[in-house]
Ligand binder design. Structure first.
Ligand code: PGA
Length: 258
């Protein structure tokens, strides 16, 4: 790993590797460094990476590395993390379309090993279970990079999600729908349901990286890392995996941690 790996393990959340970095640029580089290392060590295994504002810089950095020939992503099985029910890659408000524009197209990744959430399948419930099985068939996830919702959600595992939940159709909270409508200036109607990779599936990943940026996430990051481990804050379940969790938080996001 490179010098961007940041400070050594913090003692403030037991067993968790907490990297406090100065800013969003450092966060993006460190996340890209970890993704790069895992892919170089496991070039044809399964990973999931998130959509949202937080990973944008990480994707820019990964794209640069792929373009330079420093990172070969071509054999990786990339499982998308979540998607609104009924929305596919051709819908501008879908998460897959965001991912396509932010990473897949710039990085030239369009092979069969990019696994899209089966959000437009005729039987989404069965298709979600098949998607989970496809991850298991590849030996599970080597790496799951995830963001943190303002309500503590991980992917679209909303409050109330069970620790052992699998990839499934879920109901979205109004809070999550509002958070995501904001990306389109409220102009898009966000569906009430989604398919998400399950918490249990994420927690079984060999490595989990939680990326959190900005002062607006400081309160929920503190609750996630210091509050009770509870279904009310799905992100708190990440603490159950011990040293398989790396948290990368920039100074603003980490500002409420002592
Ligand atoms: P964000 O979303 O990166 O856009 O803040 C994170 C999330 O809600 O999971």
């Amino acid at each position: 790993m490179s010098q961007n790996d940041g400070p050594a393990k913090s003692t403030e959340a037991s067993d968790i590797h907490l990297h406090r970095v100065a800013d969003y640029v450092e966060l993006s580089h460190l996340a890209a460094d970890i993704v790069t290392r895992v892919i170089q060590e496991n070039p044809s295994d399964a990973v999931t990476l998130p959509t949202g504002e937080t990973p944008r810089g990480m994707y820019e950095e990964l794209t640069r590395r792929i373009e330079r020939g420093d990172l070969d992503f071509s054999s990786i099985h990339f499982f998308c993390l979540d998607e609104y029910l009924g929305k596919g890659i051709d819908d501008r408000s879908s998460l897959t379309s965001w991912l396509d524009a932010a990473f897949l197209t710039p990085a030239g990744l369009h092979g069969d090993n990019i696994h899209f959430i089966p959000s437009t399948a005729p039987n989404p419930k069965a298709a979600a279970a098949d998607y989970d099985k496809a991850i298991a068939d590849r030996g599970g996830l080597k790496l799951a990079v995830v963001g943190l919702g303002f309500n503590g959600h991980i992917a679209f595992n909303e409050p109330g999600s069970a620790i052992d939940s699998r990839t499934r159709v879920v109901n979205l909270t109004d809070e999550s729908r509002d958070q995501n409508a904001a990306y389109y200036d409220g102009a898009e109607t966000i569906p009430r349901q989604a398919i998400t990779i399950g918490l249990g599936t994420i927690l079984e990943s060999e490595l989990i990286v939680l990326i959190v940026s900005g002062a607006s996430k400081a309160a929920i990051l503190k609750t996630t890392l210091k509050g009770p481990i509870t279904e009310d804050v799905p992100g708190s379940f990440l603490r159950t995996v011990g040293d398989r969790l790396i948290v990368i938080a920039d100074r603003d996001a980490a500002s409420s941690l002592s």
